[in-house]
Design a protein around this ligand. Structure first.
Ligand code: SF4
Length: 674
């Protein structure tokens, strides 16, 4: 049988791959030569994506806790147990005492059914995805300003960009295939502008690198807008035809002082000027930023969209705004409504017409109040209100950066769906094993809105049922009249309730390379580039932003600013990476010099403090202290301490009372002598 095209499930790029099988085992992966995103290329993760399914410690049977221990159970026992406990909890405490969280790696079908279970069967909007712990700001801002919460263009559009701005995201490490597109565009003559507080490989290749103080992007974009307005480079015909609220934005922009903004960001004013002029004068300019783990403040995203609107860099080849999703289905889980305040297709829960539409489709009333988000559920169980939590392929113990998510231990019921035992199992009352990549036919939506099928090429271990089907069985056990017998039927329903998926069928996803939404009956081939006809329907809206008056968080006693963010090293803690033999080895090698983790300190700061690479140091903040090892590097800017995302305990040790507060912490560094 000819191999079927499938999609890599490690990151949001969604590279096209084929899987090799032998005797119902996955034994290899190789790239599609013609897939528009990766054209024959894969990163190291893609080459080894098949190894996860064959890991020897896969969970294969449901487990139920009794007498303090997890014991094997049948599917019927596990589903009945959960249905009964959820029913009791709902009756005693009400539907909002139950919450559902999933991973941004879950399939579209699984995510759609999970939020439908919450809303239509349990009666709560307490649904969110794991990346929502950090924020869903990007969704809200893009919906308000552009009317669409997604990338406006396709990854291969970057080949035609004259200017590419990469803000904050470490492309080479997080989304390597996109980094390849950017570097190839640069080799063909595109100008590359990097923005961020940490030097990465984008910075090494950039024509202009603006190494700003952490979290001063708003001041930077305001200053760029000021330069563009002052030099009469604003695209006035585009603004007049397609935008609203320009006058208020203009008045605010005219009040901006370039020199003051440059001082706030701590970068030269002439570099800001050069970047702004390049972006505005380009025939096509693209702006890339991350929507994932590294949370972006609402205003920094508004400032980026303002810049794109001011210059009309949208709706044409090589131009656009690229909110990048690092997890493979963050776009899809949001499209499917795994959001506490938005129904599938981003319709607000607060909108009575939207609720009525879904109530009609699902034959059940939809609760009117927005639900608790992941942060509230995991922070303190929504003030103690949440008594039961369902976690689908998501383990906050391994990934959440804030506070102490062990409050889950106080729940009356914790259900975990996962491939493997993880730290969360300690608190779980029921563990449901899930199918792995290659064992089920489902769909994912990549960072360029491309909906693609992941094909079933091997059978799952005996008895194992797909996660989406587990949700169906639970809904049925709780009295719902759900009749899905295949994931394809779920997609048919998704197409019937989400207008921009309305032309999607498994048949057309299996042709060519999936479909980029909006894929409708009028546009069955999908839409690679949004807004080619302008703002279509409603006008784009400029946002007014509070003027920024200072940057950074350091003070006299605590002269350095601690920032938490992603680095290549964080991958070594990923549950999936740890279960790929090759990738586990690769990523652990990175940590050979710092086996217990590290924080990064700039070379000049280290010299002043007489700290050498590999030395034990103590970080002191107003609220506490933490010990780590110093990695001395010029990648971080002076005045900054960078904590890779996997060193989770540092934030809670430094800010114990408010571990989920500010992401910038003023600190000082001392040598640790003990
Ligand atoms: Fe997979 Fe992402 Fe690597 Fe492509 S870039 S092979 S989707 S991990």
């Amino acid at each position: 049988m000819a191999p079927k095209l499938t999609t890599c499930t490690f990151c949001g790029v969604g590279c096209g791959i084929y899987l090799e099988t032998q005797s119902n085992r996955l034994v290899g992966a190789y790239p599609s030569m013609s897939h528009p995103t990766n054209s024959g290329r894969l990163c190291v993760r893609g080459w080894h994506v098949h190894e996860v399914a064959g890991a020897p410690d896969r969970l294969k049977k449901p487990l139920i806790r009794s007498n303090g221990q997890l014991h094997e159970a049948s599917w019927d026992e596990a589903i009945s147990f959960i249905a009964e406990r959820l029913g009791q909890i709902r009756q005693k405490y009400g539907p909002d005492s139950i919450a559902f969280l999933n991973s941004p790696r879950c399939s579209n079908e699984e995510s759609y059914l999970l939020q439908k279970l919450a809303r239509a069967v349990i009666g709560t909007n307490n649904v969110d995805h794991g990346a929502g712990v950090y924020c869903n700001n990007s969704i809200d801002v893009l919906m308000d300003m552009l009317g669409v919460a997604a990338s406006t263009s396709s990854i291969d559009d970057l080949a035609a960009s004259e200017v590419i701005v990469v803000d904050g995201v470490d492309l080479n490490r997080q989304l390597p295939t996109i980094a390849g597109w950017v570097i190839r565009a640069k080799l063909k003559g595109a100008r590359l502008i990097g923005i961020g507080s940490r030097r990465n490989r984008v910075a090494e290749n950039a024509d202009i690198f603006l190494q700003i103080k952490p979290h001063t992007e708003v001041a930077l974009y305001e200053a760029m807008a000021k330069v563009i307005v002052d030099r009469a480079l604003a695209n006035l015909p585009f603004i007049k035809a397609h935008c609203s609220d320009y006058q208020a934005f203009l008045e605010q922009s005219l009040n901006c002082d370039l020199q003051k903004s440059a001082a706030i960001c701590d970068v030269p004013a002439d570099a800001i000027e050069a970047a702004a002029i390049s972006f505005a004068r380009a025939g096509s300019a693209a702006l890339l930023y991350s929507t994932g783990i590294e949370s972006r403040g609402r205003e920094s995203i508004q400032a980026m969209v303002n810049l794109v609107l001011l210059t009309g860099q949208v709706g044409k080849k090589g131009a656009g705004l690229f909110p990048l999703t690092e997890q493979n289905n963050l776009q899809g889980v949001c499209d499917m409504g795994m959001l506490p305040d938005r129904l599938p297709g981003y319709r607000p829960v607060a909108d009575p017409a939207a609720r009525a539409a879904f109530a009609g489709a699902w034959k059940a009333p939809i609760p009117a109040s927005p639900g608790l988000d992941a942060h509230a559920v995991l922070g303190d169980r929504g003030g103690g209100k949440v008594k039961a939590v369902w976690l689908d392929r998501y383990d906050p113990i391994a990934t959440a950066l804030f506070g102490d998510v062990r409050c889950l231990g106080e729940c009356d019921l914790v259900v975990k769906q996962h491939l493997f035992q993880t730290g969360l199992s300690e608190f779980a009352h029921v563990v449901l094993p899930t199918t792995a990549f290659g064992e089920e036919r489902v769909s994912f939506t990549s960072t360029e809105r491309r909906i693609q099928l992941a094909q079933k090429v091997i059978d799952p271990p005996a008895d194992l049922i797909p996660a989406w089907e587990q949700v169906v069985r639970l809904a049925q056990a709780m009295g719902a009249d759900w009749k899905y017998t295949s994931s394809e039927q779920v997609m048919d329903e998704i197409a019937s309730v989400i207008p921009f998926y309305s032309g999607v069928t498994y048949d057309n996803l299996a042709r060519e390379y999936g479909r980029q939404w909006p894929c409708t009956t009028e546009r069955p081939l999908g839409t690679p580039r949004l807004f080619e006809e302008g703002s279509s329907g409603r006008k784009f809206a400029f946002a007014q932003i509070r003027p920024v008056t200072q940057g950074g968080a350091a003070s006299g006693e605590y002269p350095l600013t601690l920032v938490i963010g992603n680095s290549l090293y964080y991958w070594h803690q990923s549950v999936l990476i740890r279960h790929s033999e090759t990738l586990n080895r690769e990523y652990r090698l990175l940590l050979m010099d710092y086996p217990n983790g590290f924080v990064e300190i700039n070379t000049d700061d280290a010299r002043k403090l007489q700290i050498r690479d590999g030395q034990k140091i103590r970080l002191r903040a107003a609220g506490g202290s933490a010990v780590s090892m110093a990695r001395v590097t010029s990648e971080v800017r002076t005045g900054t301490i960078f904590v890779p995302y996997f060193v989770q305990q540092i934030r809670s040790q430094l800010v114990p009372q408010n571990g989920n507060g500010s992401s910038l912490i003023p600190v000082r560094v001392e040598k640790e002598t003990a």
